[in-house]
Design a binder for this molecule. Structure first.
Ligand SMILES: CC(C)(COP(=O)(O)OP(=O)(O)OC[C@H]1O[C@@H](n2cnc3c(N)ncnc32)[C@H](O)[C@@H]1OP(=O)(O)O)[C@@H](O)C(=O)NCCC(=O)NCCS
Length: 223
C-alpha cells in the first residue's frame, strides 16, 4: 500500500465537489456573529488548531488525546486530505476560536465528525450558528442528512443536538471511542417522518412538541 502524503495533489480533488457539485469556497467565509466568521481551511490548518487547542478544549494532556494519534503510515493524513472538510471559526483579526470537521459519508449523507470551541466561546450559540449554515448549504446541494456520533457522557453535546432537532437513531460500539450514540438531522422532512413513524412510538407526539418550540421554528425555516 503506497500512501505517501502529497498535500497539494490530494487537496485539489474534493469528494463533495464530485458527488454534490459543492465547492465550500463558494459559501465561505461567512459571518457567524458580528465578530466571528466561519472560514473553510485546509487539513494542515485544521491540524494546527487541533494540536494547539484540543488539550485545553478537551482537558486532556496531548499524549492522551485520540484526536492527535500519530499515524506512521501516512494514511490518516491522506484520508483527511482527500475527503476532510475543515471549518475554522475566527475573530475579525484572524485568530481562531473553534473548529468543525466533516466528511462526505455517502451519496445522500454528510458526516459531522467533530466540533470543538474554545472554553471562553462555548455556550454562546456558535454550535447552533454553524449547523444552521451547514444544513442550509448541504440541503441546497441535495443532501438529505447530517449524521454524527456522540459519546453518551457528552451531555452538553447531546443537549444541543436534541435542541436542534437531531434524532438518535442507533447506539454503536467502536474499538476507538467505546459507546457512541448515533444522531441524524434529516434535511428532508418526509424522510424524518418515514424514519420516525417506522421506529418510534412517540414520534407523532414529539413532532407536535417540536413545532411549538421556538428554536425549532427557526430550523424549520430552512426546510
Ligand atoms: C459541545 C460544544 C461543541 C457545543 O458548542 P457551543 O457553542 O458551546 O454550543 P451552544 O452555545 O450552541 O449550546 C450549548 C448548550 O449546551 C448547554 N450546556 C452547557 N453545558 C452543559 C452541560 N454540562 N450539560 C447539559 N447542557 C449544557 C448550554 O446551556 C446550551 O444550551 P441552551 O441553549 O439550552 O442554554 C462545545 O461546548 C465544545 O467545544 N465542547 C468541548 C468539545 C466537545 O465536546 N466537542 C464535541 C465532541 S466532537
Amino acid at each position: 500500500m503506497n500512501s505517501t502524503y502529497q498535500p497539494d495533489k490530494a487537496y485539489s480533488n474534493r469528494l463533495v465537489e464530485k458527488i454534490w457539485n459543492l465547492k465550500w469556497s463558494d459559501h465561505f467565509p461567512r459571518s457567524m456573529t458580528e465578530e466571528l466568521q466561519i472560514t473553510y481551511v485546509d487539513y494542515r490548518q485544521g491540524q494546527s488548531f487541533a494540536q494547539q487547542y484540543f488539550p485545553q478544549i478537551y482537558h486532556l494532556d496531548s499524549s492522551e488525546s485520540q484526536f492527535q494519534e500519530t499515524d506512521e503510515t501516512g494514511m490518516k493524513d491522506a484520508y483527511y486530505e482527500a475527503i476532510g472538510d475543515f471549518f475554522l471559526f475566527r475573530k475579525t483579526d484572524g485568530s481562531p476560536v473553534g473548529m468543525a470537521v466533516g466528511t462526505l459519508l455517502d451519496w445522500s449523507s454528510y458526516n459531522f465528525r467533530n466540533i470543538a470551541i474554545l472554553p471562553e466561546y462555548q455556550a454562546s450559540g456558535l454550535y447552533w450558528e454553524f449547523v444552521k449554515n451547514l444544513a442550509e448549504i448541504l440541503k441546497k446541494h441535495g443532501v438529505q442528512k447530517i449524521e454524527g456520533d456522540i459519546s453518551p457522557t457528552n451531555r452538553r453535546h447531546i443537549h444541543i443536538v436534541n435542541k436542534i432537532g437531531f434524532i438518535s437513531t442507533s447506539l454503536q460500539l467502536s474499538e476507538r471511542w467505546g459507546a457512541l450514540l448515533h444522531f441524524v438531522l434529516y434535511l428532508d422532512e418526509a424522510l424524518e417522518d418515514k424514519f420516525g413513524r417506522l421506529f418510534s412510538s412517540t414520534y407523532a407526539s414529539d413532532s407536535k412538541n417540536k413545532k411549538s418550540h421556538s428554536k425549532y421554528k427557526h430550523i424549520n425555516k430552512r426546510r
